[in-house]
Design a protein around this ligand. Structure first.
Ligand code: CA
Length: 365
C-alpha cells in the first residue's frame, strides 16, 4: 500500500467512525429525549405515622427532593403506616411490588431476613458515622444489596438517628434483676438482649407505643430519642427516662426499591434517587442532633427525670449483647457472612475512634 492509499483508507475509516459516532450520539439523544418525556408515578409505603418528625419527615423530604431534582419526571406519593400496608410490612410490600418504594428500619423484617439487623443497629455497636463509613466505604452496601437481591429489593441507607436513649420505664432499674419479667418494646438485637436478661420483649410500631405504655400493657419502651419521644408524648405515660441508648448507638433507616421497577428507570433518574437517598441519610442525622438537644431541654422543663443506667447494669448488658450478636449471626449463614466482614471492619474503626475521638470527647467534656 502506498502512503497516499493508507492515508485515504485511514480517512475513510475516520469518517466512518465519525459517522458511527454521530449516529450513536443521535440515538443516545433520542433515548434521552424519550426518557426525558417519560414520567413515573410511584408509591412509597413507610413505617411512620403521618408527618412524623425526624424519620417520617425525612422520608417525605426524600420524595420531594426526587421530584424537584427530576423536574417532576419521578413523582413519589408517600403513604404513612397503615394507609396502604401496616408499618411492619413495608419490606414485603416492596418485595411483591405493591409499592415501588418503601421506607422503614431494616430490623423490622428480621423474622424474614435475619441479616437485615446488621445494617440497622448493633447494641454497643457503631455510631452513625461509623455505620456510614462501613456502609459507604467499607463494603457494607455491597453486602446489603446482595442480602436483599433474592427478595427483589434494592436497599439504600436513607436516614440515621445517631445515639438513641435507653428509653422510658415505669419501674426503676437499679440492678440487672430489674429486667426480669419486664415487659418492654424494643426491636432488633437490643430486644434479644433484654429477652436474655429475663424480660419479655414486644415489637410494635410507633403509633401503638403510647397506649401500650399508658395502659400498662408494657412496663417500658424505647423509641428513638428526645425529639421523637416528645412527639409521641411518652413522657406523659412514664416515670423515668434512662440513658444511654446502649441498644442503639445508631439506627440506620432504609429506602427499599423494587428491583424490577428500578430497572425501568433511566440512568439519570436512578442517579437522582441515589443522590437524594444520600442527602436524606446525612440530613436526617443533622435534624436529630439539633432537635434532640432542644427536646431534652423541653422534657426537663416539664419535669421529666433523666437517669443513667447503673454501671453494673450497663456492664452486664454489654456482656450479654456480645453473646447475642454472635449467636444471632451464627444462626443464619447470610447474617454470619455479613457479621464476619462487618466485625473486622468495625474493629479497625473503633481502634481509630479510641485513639483519637474518645480523647477529644474526654478533654472537651
Ligand atoms: Ca429505638
Amino acid at each position: 500500500m502506498k502512503r497516499r492509499d493508507i492515508l485515504a483508507a485511514a480517512g475513510v475509516g475516520l469518517a466512518a467512525t465519525a459517522l458511527a459516532g454521530c449516529k450513536e450520539k443521535n440515538e443516545a439523544a433520542g433515548d434521552n429525549q424519550a426518557s426525558a418525556q417519560q414520567t413515573f408515578n410511584w408509591k412509597m409505603v413507610t413505617s411512620w405515622p403521618k408527618n412524623f418528625p425526624g424519620v417520617g419527615v425525612g422520608a417525605e423530604r426524600f420524595a420531594k427532593l426526587v421530584e424537584d431534582m427530576s423536574g417532576g419526571r419521578l413523582k413519589i406519593k408517600v403513604y404513612a403506616a397503615g394507609e396502604l400496608v401496616p408499618a411492619l410490612e413495608v419490606f414485603d410490600a416492596v418485595s411483591r411490588g405493591t409499592a415501588e418504594m418503601g421506607h422503614g428500619a431494616p430490623y423490622y423484617w428480621k423474622g424474614k431476613v435475619p441479616a437485615a439487623q446488621f445494617f440497622c443497629a448493633l447494641p454497643f455497636g457503631p455510631n452513625a458515622q461509623e455505620m456510614n463509613a462501613w456502609l459507604h466505604r467499607g463494603g457494607g452496601m455491597e453486602l446489603w444489596e446482595e442480602v436483599y437481591k433474592p427478595y427483589g429489593v434494592l436497599p439504600m441507607a436513607c436516614g440515621a438517628t445517631g445515639v438513641q436513649t435507653a428509653g422510658w420505664f415505669n419501674k426503676e432499674v437499679n440492678s440487672v434483676d430489674d429486667f426480669k419479667g419486664l415487659k418492654m418494646r424494643t426491636p432488633g438485637l437490643g430486644g434479644e438482649v433484654l429477652t436474655k436478661m429475663g424480660g419479655t420483649v414486644v415489637n410494635m410500631p410507633a403509633g401503638e407505643i403510647f397506649t401500650a405504655l399508658q395502659t400498662g400493657a408494657i412496663d417500658a419502651t424505647e423509641w428513638i430519642g428526645p425529639y421523637n419521644d416528645l412527639a409521641l408524648g411518652l413522657h406523659k405515660a412514664s416515670k423515668y427516662y434512662y440513658t444511654p441508648g446502649w441498644q442503639e448507638p445508631n439506627v440506620t433507616f432504609e429506602l427499599d426499591v423494587n428491583l424490577k421497577a428500578w430497572e425501568t428507570l433511566p440512568a439519570d433518574l436512578q442517579a437522582i434517587v441515589r443522590a437524594a437517598a444520600r442527602d436524606v441519610n446525612g440530613d436526617m442525622l443533622d435534624d436529630y442532633n439539633a432537635k434532640n438537644m432542644e427536646a431534652l431541654e423541653q422534657l426537663r422543663e416539664q419535669g421529666v427525670e433523666v437517669r443513667r443506667l447503673p454501671d453494673e447494669v450497663l456492664a452486664r448488658l454489654k456482656e450479654v449483647a456480645a453473646e447475642v450478636v454472635d449467636a444471632s449471626a451464627a444462626a443464619d449463614p447470610v447474617a454470619s457472612k455479613v457479621w464476619e466482614q462487618q466485625r473486622a471492619y468495625l474493629a479497625r474503626l473503633y481502634e481509630y475512634a479510641e485513639l483519637n475521638e474518645r480523647d477529644i470527647y474526654n478533654i472537651r467534656g
